[in-house]
Design a binder for this molecule. Structure first.
Ligand code: NAP
Length: 318
């Protein structure tokens, strides 16, 4: 019988859908990523694996398991930089993801980080909780007004466009972007000639590209040098797209005013330097953390497995 391994506990309706498949479904109860031996076991002992963020299916893992039993990695999540897709394909293993299901929730978190960073929400909350709020006064905790400002979006894909939509319609912001290709969106959006030109002219720089070798440290010292000192950086993509040490230096030296991060270069470790800064908002990778979103993501992953089992075209191949 076909064996399916789900590498994390998932919302009930997703597990119900998985258990209704014509397959033996095994659910791993641990919440942490697969260990080295488990990664290899996944490819050896199961026909289909439903992995997620942190399950590092590197080229070495595929190489170590010659003649893998596994034929499909149905990833839970749109980002799949933890899977070496070329190595998977070379081993005859298909990979799918869950685009779309995550878009609005992640864009919402980007807007939350923009506001929290600009309006000093984390700092203010900490002050109130510490019992150190002296009461309102006209020059207290002045932040950056967000409405009407210019946002630069690095990567105007699904999530980037949803962020741009919110910025334009919700906050009357001017949208600029970089992308590999020109985008047609139903509101004004200016494509910058390159990343440096984008960084120079914006009040908020929001990162929405996929992770991976091509975008590793895309945002580094040169970008922070180009940004305005009142500018804010927001990253909801993948942690290593931003050079975290360079970000900490830029904040310490006042090259930029603040940063809002949902993801980290060495996740779940966060650099001590950033932890000590008031002008940084740090969220624990909350992008898609809502029950209905995680349920939609899971259903999408299970739909890819169902298509595979039925010999149909995979809905979301990568
Ligand atoms: P998407 O639709 O594929 O959009 C990615 C965008 O980045 C596209 O505009 C693409 O340009 C651009 N891009 C790709 N590679 C690039 C490069 N090397 N240099 C410059 N631009 C590049 O993906 P999405 O659905 O918006 O998701 C984006 C990423 O967000 C995911 O890969 C994931 O890592 C992350 N994410 C994070 C969370 C969270 O919880 N924080 C949740 C969901 C997703 P073209 O369109 O021209 O190809």
């Amino acid at each position: 019988m076909t064996r399916v391994w789900i590498t994390r506990p998932l919302p009930g309706p997703v597990l119900d859908a998985a258990r209704a498949l014509d397959a033996e479904v095994v659910v791993r109860e641990e919440t942490g990523p697969l260990a080295d031996a488990e990664l290899r076991r996944a490819l050896r002992d199961f026909d289909i694996v439903l992995p997620t963020l942190g399950d590092m299916f590197s080229a070495q893992v595929f190489a170590d398991v010659g003649g893998a039993r596994c034929r499909l990695l149905a990833n839970f999540g749109v980002g799949y930089n933890h899977i070496d897709v070329a190595a998977a394909h070379a081993a005859g293993i298909a990979v799918t993801n869950t685009p779309g299901a995550v878009t609005d929730a992640t864009a919402d978190i980007a807007l939350m980080l923009m506001l929290m960073s600009a309006r000093r929400a984390g700092e203010g909350e900490r002050m109130v909780r510490a019992g150190q709020w002296p009461g309102w006064h006209p020059t207290q905790m002045l932040g950056l007004h967000m409405s009407g400002k210019r946002v630069g979006i690095v990567g105007l894909g699904r999530i980037g466009q949803a962020i741009a939509h919110r910025c334009h319609y919700g906050f009357g912001m001017e949208v600029h972007y970089t992308s590999r290709s020109e985008k047609n969106v139903p509101f004004p959006a200016v494509r910058a000639p390159d990343l440096m030109a984008l960084a120079e002219g914006v009040d908020f720089l929001v990162i929405a590209v996929p992770g991976g070798a091509e975008t590793h440290h895309l945002i580094g010292e040169d970008v922070f040098n180009a940004m305005a000192p009142h500018g804010h950086l927001v990253n909801i993509s993948r942690g290593d797209v931003v050079d975290e040490a360079a970000l900490a230096s830029a904040l310490t030296e006042g090259k930029i005013a603040g940063a809002g991060l949902d993801v980290y270069e060495f996740e779940p470790q966060v650099s001590e330097a950033l932890l000590g800064m008031e002008q940084v908002t740090l969220l624990p990778h909350l992008g898609t953390a809502a029950l209905e979103v995680r349920t939609d993501m899971g259903r999408m992953a299970v739909a890819n497995i169902a298509a595979f089992l039925n010999g149909e075209t995979l809905p979301n191949p990568v």
